[in-house]
Design a protein around this ligand. Structure first.
Ligand SMILES: [Fe+2]
Ligand SMILES: [Fe+2]
Length: 304
């Protein structure tokens, strides 16, 4: 019979790693294992190769930048850098959303009662890890923009995962955030210029809709007490405020110009790109999401 360590090295060798224990690193194993899953899902394994050529995946029109005087005044190379930064900001937020999704699964795995629930969350955790890795292939050097870790949406979710009661966490993360995530990914997919990245969004959307459904099933199976209702109302209000403000054009132009925009420049940019005019559309989408998942005893749509 082979010793256990030999079996381990053999299985690692099939993952493309060298047969030397000092080369084993958790980060390598995690990436290789995720990539194996990506390939087994039938997703294109040329992902990494293709994306080395460019890290810009959306045209200026997606963000209304073609109407901005400030954007039009930039040189061609500055414009290209603004568009690349916009792509990287959007994908970095997605990367962090997948990260908090994974943290949520870790908590839910410890809390759920039945073996079936645990199995569901273990699979969901695996999906989130693979989603994060798929997005990583489209980030410059495979790294997200670090400043985004402090995005209000992510801070709000991190607080819910750490402090909210179990049913409030299910509602806010698995129903609302997953629901928002589906709109976010499908909006990104609709104007994305890379067929490989569109394929990634297709896979993510398919999985997220299952996660969202799992949240609805778990939420519907439990009774809520007054404290649950109070927490749901509190965290939902915060989440809505954070979700309605996800806009990156100002940050991207500031990054490229290497200076902060004046309040007047910011206002003009929001006006010309029609960000302000689209605010009622974004609010209507959030209201619609809330009304689909109304909680008895609370009128959440009223708080938008
Ligand atoms: Fe995900
Ligand atoms: Fe998810």
């Amino acid at each position: 019979m082979k010793p256990k360590s030999t079996e381990l090295f053999e299985s690692l060798r099939t993952l493309g790693l060298r047969h030397r224990s000092r080369n084993l690193k958790v980060s390598n194993l995690s990436r290789v294992a995720c990539d194996q899953r990506i390939i087994s899902l039938g997703r294109d394994d040329r992902m990494a190769g293709e994306t080395k050529k460019s890290h810009t995946y959306w045209p200026a029109e997606t963000f209304g930048l073609q109407r901005s005087g400030l954007y039009q005044s930039l040189s061609d190379s500055q414009k290209a850098r603004v568009l690349e930064t916009m792509s990287q900001l959007r994908l970095s937020l997605a990367w962090y959303i997948e990260k908090v999704g994974l943290a949520y699964c870790s908590r839910a795995l410890l809390e759920c009662d039945s073996h079936e629930e645990k199995r569901l969350y273990a699979l969901m955790a695996s999906d989130e890890a693979v989603h994060q890795r798929m997005v990583e292939h489209f980030l410059v050097d495979g790294e997200p923009i670090e400043a985004l870790e402090k995005h209000p949406l992510l801070l709000c979710i991190a607080d819910v995962i750490q402090n909210a009661k179990p049913m409030a966490a299910v509602y806010v993360v698995q129903i609302l955030l997953e629901g928002f995530g589906m709109s976010y990914y499908s909006a990104m997919r609709s104007t994305c210029e890379s067929s490989l990245l569109r394929g990634v969004f297709d896979q993510i959307l398919k999985d997220e809709s299952r996660h969202h459904g799992g949240g609805l099933a778990r939420f519907g199976s439990k009774d809520l007490d007054a404290e649950d209702l109070r927490e749901i109302e509190h965290h939902t209000g915060r989440l809505i405020r954070a979700m309605s403000g996800v806009g990156f054009t100002g940050i991207a132009i500031e990054t490229v110009l290497n200076r902060p925009l004046t309040p007047e420049e910011k206002e003009k940019l929001l006006e010309e790109t029609e960000w302000n005019r689209q605010a009622p559309v974004r609010l209507a989408q959030i209201r619609e999401l809330l009304s689909r998942h109304e909680v008895p005893g609370l009128n959440l749509a009223r708080s938008v």
